[in-house]
Ligand binder design. Sequence first.
Ligand code: IMP
Ligand code: MG
Length: 187
Amino acid sequence: MSQPYEQYLQETLIDSDTLQARIRELAHEINTDYASSQNVLLVCILKGGVMFLTDLMRHITVPHGIDFMAISSYGDGVRESSGRVRIEMDLRQDIAGKHLLIVEDIIDSGHTMQYILSLLETRQPDSIRICTLLSKPSRRQIELDVDYVGFEIPDKFVFGYGLDLDEYFRNLPFIGVCKPDITVGEH
Ligand code: IMP
Ligand code: MG
């Protein structure tokens, strides 16, 4: 039987095994880089970063806490970044003196990450690094130092593995490319 997402899927870009293998590699890098750090806090950017966080943290052996922030930059149904970024839910803790690792699903124009960085820097953490599963370098408008990148991908709208297609299909275990100019109805 065909799955509901199949009508929107142009192609699978990154399959589940490839994602998981790369996530293990990223975790190993993180384990090495943070081996002598205390007060490590993974800051997951909701909602898109949630799948990546939960898989990544399973392989992180350095003691760490987790916290969540929700940011919106895309209006409902709009697939272009407006450059307008808003905080929907803030962290629940003081981050002064902590080593932050921001865990994000995708960096596109870079506006969202720039906003997050400038906000968190004012709160005096000891360090901030960025870990993104996906990056679209050809779309970048803001120059950013990204410490950990899972995959660089072309300028295509992708969904699955935390990323949504009009709020659906975040549950898929792989990253798929959406067919162009398609809108998702009710499911
Ligand atoms: P930026 O501010 O342009 O870097 O956009 C970052 C945010 O836009 C990400 O955190 C995602 O939520 C969303 N986004 C960008 N590209 C895609 C995509 O291809 N699929 C789903 N969400 C995306
Ligand atoms: Mg996001």
